[in-house]
Design a protein around this ligand. Structure first.
Ligand code: MN
Length: 751
């Protein structure tokens, strides 16, 4: 509860931000007025045709929440009730659930978790549907609770609730969005944790539910707190370039507007820059600067057209756009004939502007636009829409995953992200039926998608009439014919390339069955051997035998015997193993909790460079932290504490799934520390350039190099240098010196 809800269960507001001992005066009368002002604002966002009964129940929910949260304030010092009102406002206005029940539930969403109200109270006052939704919201309230070691399991519960009533998740997303908007008043470590979870789970979930605006804002806010410097820099640059961009947009749309008017379309054109988060993603992925991509934006043409006409009209608009500008033939996306499974529909094309820049144009009807912005909620409004089936398919897939009893909770979260957040490909059967699969699906995934039996007997495929192995990765538009054989059986190594939850689950359960049958054969062999060796049955202790062979269970032993993977000649020794074990006095392995406790020790903060002997830590190779980097410690099971950079690609997953294993860490000020860092240098291939580089590194700055490799190609060279530095400052100084050398084009740090 607390940590996530930004609450401060205290009837006094926090001390003012300046940190001085200032007295806080609260004008209760003014607050009361503000509360009812916000409530009226909420009512205006609800359906205009709410009947008397609806209005009454919303009022009741508001009064109930107001009374229950009466003594509580948020971290910012504001009355707590501002939060549920804001969440209800988001639910009604931005997610589009404007009827009574969702608004009521949003107003009450924190009451059962944080106040004296019980679920029974909710049922008595608001009925069974509200009870069920609040119950779902309360169950998932602790999903990412700081102390919980079961986040993944709880996430699974959250999705279980989702498949019962999707409104639970929509309200949860509104709750998270408001908490992110008000994250500023939280402590830094909580900001990091909440922002990481948001980027890792909530934003993809919003995306998957088709809530593009919510997703974009969550991603931007998460970046604002995880990478504040980057966020501020991009935001400022966007502001500085706005005028230039607006001018470009208005010139670009001018001829399109004229023609649309001439042909009598009712329309709206919007030009929006990409979000800060997506600009940053692009900069990272393509290794480009802001200046190279800041002018990327999409032009959106939204037409007012009856549903029966909209497809034809969208293509007419497409024709108008491409009459004015030349389209890139590779960049036409028809999401109208084949909508994405989250319901998204539109035509996308990329055209060349007069200034020589590519511009993406999105064409959609008003109805499609509403679906794109409000996702699920809009589906209910347009019930007759064919999208219902895509939604059902999605929920079926979730249920399938939840019902797979084999997968442990963490695998499940990974599977979930892979299967439901990933982009999709469309693949055709030989008869032309369309199947939707996650990106990177293989021929074998496709086979299992058609039928378990086809998957189990799959020996290969014909992809676009060409023979391909079962591990072949499929692309959108492929036509796939599966080849089967009755002799084929599921193999262990299949698990290494299939990616759908369905295929994984089916293969695992087939392997288990097979193992069981082989195990029975193995047991017979075992019994025969015991008889043959004339070992009395009373002397046999299976546990000792398992210990001897280092196997986890009897089934595994029998299975290996059947597979001839175990030397039964040693069986007598194995039976006698007990004595030796007593002598060697094996010590029990510590549990994870004990490990975490040991590793944490008595301090809250791990200071790297001190206590070198006391605490076992390593610098993680995935992000190569060096002193000066923002870092945290992660307690591993076998390898002590690993230090990661806060912006390490793995950090987000670790922080959101294993918050209880995170240790705060900082660097000591001492200089003796030397850590390995890598830099990449490009420049003109010139005689003496390597000599100059090494001279700067070893003579001038006295840095120890571990390795240097230089490759040259047509007058240019690229070098990778691994060296030992003290901290970021030291590294920056070195990189500056290197950049200043003649012939050097670029020096960057390798992460
Ligand atoms: Mn809340």
């Amino acid at each position: 509860m607390g940590s996530e809800n930004n609450s401060n269960k205290n009837n006094l507001p926090a001390v003012s931000a300046s940190g001085k001992d200032s007295k806080v005066v609260i004008d209760l009368e003014a607050e009361k007025k503000e509360i009812s002002k916000r409530y009226r604002h909420l009512l205006r966002a609800c359906k205009s045709d709410l009947d008397k009964k609806d209005k009454k129940i919303i009022r009741l929910a508001f009064d109930t929440a107001l009374e229950a949260h009466k003594e509580m304030r948020r971290k910012s010092g504001e009355p707590y009730i501002y939060h549920p009102i804001a969440v209800a406002q988001i639910v009604a206005e931005e997610i589009g659930l404007r009827s009574a029940i969702p608004v009521v539930c949003a107003l009450l969403h924190d009451t059962v978790e944080d106040t004296y109200l019980t679920l029974d109270d909710i049922r008595d006052l608001f009925g069974p549907v509200a009870e069920q939704i609040i119950d779902g919201l309360t169950k998932i309230a602790g999903v990412f609770d700081h102390s919980s070691s079961l986040q993944a399991e709880n996430f699974r519960k959250m999705l279980l609730t989702l498949s019962v009533d999707v409104r639970v998740i929509l309200i949860k997303l509104a709750d998270r969005l408001h908490n992110m908007r008000t994250l500023g008043s939280m402590a830094r470590d909580k900001q990091l944790k909440i922002a990481s979870e948001t980027a890792y789970l909530y934003a993809p979930l919003a995306h998957r539910l088709g809530l593009y605006n919510v997703k974009t804002e969550l991603d931007d806010l998460a970046l604002k707190y995880t990478e504040p410097d980057i966020y501020i820099t991009i935001a400022e640059k966007l502001r500085d370039t706005k005028k230039e961009r607006d001018k470009f947009i208005s010139e670009f749309i001018h001829p399109i507007k004229d023609e649309l008017n001439k042909q009598g379309f009712k329309f709206e054109i919007k030009g929006r820059p990409k979000s800060i988060h997506s600009i940053w993603e692009k900069m990272k992925k393509q290794g480009v600067t802001f200046e190279e991509i800041y002018d990327l934006f999409a032009i959106r043409i939204i037409i007012d057209s009856p549903q029966s006409q909209e497809k034809a009209d969208c293509w007419k608009v497409y024709s108008i756009v491409t009459d004015s500008y030349r389209p890139n033939p590779d960049r036409l996306r028809d999401w109208i004939s084949t909508p994405k499974s989250n319901g998204y529909e539109a035509l996308h094309t990329t055209v060349m502007s007069d200034q020589g820049k590519w511009v993406e144009v999105q064409i959609r009807s008003q109805r499609m636009n509403e679906t794109a912005e409000k996702g699920f909620a809009a589906h209910w409004k347009y019930k007759e829409s064919s999208q219902e089936s895509a939604l059902d398919e999605w929920l079926t897939r979730i249920r399938e995953m939840l019902e797979n009893p084999d997968s442990n909770a963490l695998d499940f979260v990974d599977d979930f992200k892979l299967n439901l957040f990933a982009d999709e490909i469309f693949v055709f059967t030989p008869k032309g039926d369309l199947k939707t699969l996650p990106v990177k699906s293989t021929a074998l995934d496709f086979a299992y998608e058609i039928h378990t039996d086809i998957g189990s007997r799959c020996i290969g495929a014909k992809v676009n009439h060409k023979l391909a192995p079962i591990s072949h990765t499929l692309n959108s538009g492929d036509q796939v014919e599966i080849l089967t054989s009755d002799k084929q059986r599921p193999k262990e190594d299949w698990l290494s390339f299939v990616i759908t939850a369905k295929a994984k689950g089916r293969i695992k359960s087939a392997l288990k069955d097979e193992k069981r049958i082989l195990g029975e054969q193995g047991k017979e062999i075992f019994d025969r051997k015991i008889k043959h060796l004339k070992i009395p049955v009373a002397e046999i202790n299976m546990n000792d035998i398992l210990l001897y062979y280092k196997l986890p269970n009897v089934l595994e032993l029998y299975y290996r015997i059947a597979m001839d993977a175990i030397d039964l000649k040693q069986l007598r020794e194995a039976v006698n193993y007990k004595d030796q074990r007593v002598r060697s006095q094996r010590t029990a392995e510590p549990t994870l909790e004990e490990l975490v406790k040991q590793a944490r020790g008595s301090t809250d903060m791990l200071v790297i460079g001190e206590n070198l002997n006391k605490i076992d830590y390593k610098l993680s190779p995935c992000c190569n932290p060096i002193p000066g980097d923002d870092v945290f410690g992660f307690i591993t099971i076998n390898d002590g504490i690993k230090i990661h950079r806060v912006n390490c690609p793995n950090a987000m997953q670790l922080m959101s799934n294993f918050a209880y294993r995170i240790v705060k860490a900082k660097w000591t000020g001492q200089e003796q520390l030397s850590v390995l860092a890598g830099i990449k240098i490009t420049g003109m291939d010139d005689v003496g350039v390597v000599n100059n580089i090494t001279k700067v590194i070893s003579s001038e700055l006295k840095v120890n190099m571990r390795s240097i490799s230089i490759e040259s190609n047509e007058g240019l060279f690229e070098g990778t240098i691994m060296l030992f530095v003290h901290d970021t400052e030291h590294l920056t100084k070195l990189m500056k010196k290197l950049s200043a050398l003649s012939g050097i084009l670029n020096v960057t740090r390798i992460t």
